[in-house]
Design a protein around this ligand. Structure first.
Ligand code: NAD
Length: 359
């Protein structure tokens, strides 16, 4: 059928050394960039996304068009659909799975907790069940989150730090994912790498994130709210530019060992890893706003409020020496450079103009 042809064509490698990668959450922010980068270097890529309405579905469709033009087909479906996943693995012998589908966002968990359990826990288990029974078993790289460090006050965060104090349900489901990864590695010998992303931003980004909606509100002359943590100034984030994150994802895929299928039987043979992917230079949100004001040439109407207990943490700051050593990860984009690229994309995308983005 036509569907199978499109799936096979999209997943066809055009270089002998390339991988065949299933990218879940491919119409998402990070998924789009990772899929394009893999395709660009000659890997076979197939996307999967359920196109949920957590944020502007038109943005997801626009990313899908971009992927389509690059030769990446995105199957519309849910990671909880075992029959669909089995069908995809029947058609394509994936060497790797880049698992980026998730219910993201910290605050939304207070309105819709079950969507986090559905995508981040049940969906992840379903995907691992299918990977476990696939032949060959793919190596899995997936997105955890810096939020697992929770209300930890020791900075910078390193992979050995405690992660048992999540501040949100989102963080708790990401932490649960890390525990689930452990069991699938231990019992079934799946090769699994978790990446703890730190506040990713850039072109084609997520409208629910502060840098994005601040840009929108500043341009509209609307007041923006900035939270302050008592005694600490404004909330700070280790903002990490999307191209740096993509390099980290590719580094993780390139260094992933094959799944062994033997789990605990052959001690030490199955790979289980976890890495921070951050920028190592946290910036207070008040400074983020100042940079946006400069780039947009518009003064923001700021409202300062004490930080509520809404799942957010006061600051994030990554120690990335492990990712540097093992993945060759080295972020190179400072916040102003990255935001300039975002703003250029934003103005281009929302101006309704047909001209191609400079990005
Ligand atoms: P995103 O919301 O843009 O992308 C996720 C995509 O997955 C969406 O397109 C969504 O439609 C899809 N999806 C959700 N549930 C699904 C399901 N059950 N089945 C199939 N598709 C589903 O988010 P993003 O920023 O691209 O994040 C990618 C990954 O990185 C997520 O796991 C997220 O939790 C993680 N992460 C992101 C950040 C960040 O700052 N962007 C930080 C830490 C972790």
């Amino acid at each position: 059928p036509d569907w199978e042809k499109r799936v096979s064509k999209s997943a066809r490698r055009n270089s002998a050394s390339g991988f065949t990668v299933l990218v879940t959450g491919a119409a998402g922010f990070v998924g789009t960039h990772v899929s394009l980068a893999l395709k660009r270097r000659g890997d076979g890529v197939l996307g999967l996304d359920n196109f949920n309405h957590y944020y502007d579905p038109n943005l997801k469709r626009a990313r899908q068009k971009l992927l389509d033009r690059a030769g990446v087909f995105v199957v519309e479906g849910d990671i909880n659909d075992a029959a669909l996943l089995h069908k995809l693995f029947d058609v394509v012998p994936f060497t790797h799975v880049m698992h980026l589908a998730a219910q993201a966002g910290v605050r939304y968990a207070m309105q819709n907790p079950s969507s986090y359990v559905h995508s981040n826990i049940a969906g992840f288990v379903n995907l691992l069940e299918v990977c476990k029974s696939a032949n060959p078993q793919p190596a899995i790289v997936w997105a955890s989150s810096s939020s697992v460090y929770g209300i930890n006050s020791k900075v910078p965060f390193s992979e050995k730090d405690r992660t048992d104090q999540p501040a949100s349900l989102y963080a708790a489901t990401k932490k649960a994912g890390e525990e689930i990864a452990h069991t699938y590695n231990h019992i079934y010998g799946l090769s699994i790498t978790g990446l703890r992303f730190f506040t990713v931003y850039g072109p084609w980004g997520r409208p629910d994130m502060a840098y994005f909606f601040f840009t929108k509100d500043i341009l509209k002359g609307k007041q923006i709210t900035i939270f302050e943590a008592p005694g600490l100034g404004t909330v700070a984030r280790d903002f990490t530019y999307i191209d740096d994150i993509v390099k980290g994802c590719l580094g993780a895929l390139d260094t992933a060992k094959k799944s062994t299928g033997s789990g605990g039987k052959k001690k030490g043979s199955a790979q289980l890893r976890i890495f921070n992917l951050g920028n190592t230079s946290p910036v207070p949100v008040s400074e983020l706003v100042s940079i946006l004001e400069k780039l947009l040439k518009v003064k923001a109407k700021r409202k300062m409020l004490p930080m509520p207990r809404n799942g957010d943490v006061k600051f994030t700051h990554a120690n990335i020496s492990l990712a540097h050593r093992e993945l060759g990860y080295r972020p190179t984009t400072d916040l102003e450079t990255g935001l300039r690229k975002f703003v250029r994309w934003y103005l281009d995308f929302y101006s309704g103009s047909k001209k191609k983005s400079a990005w």
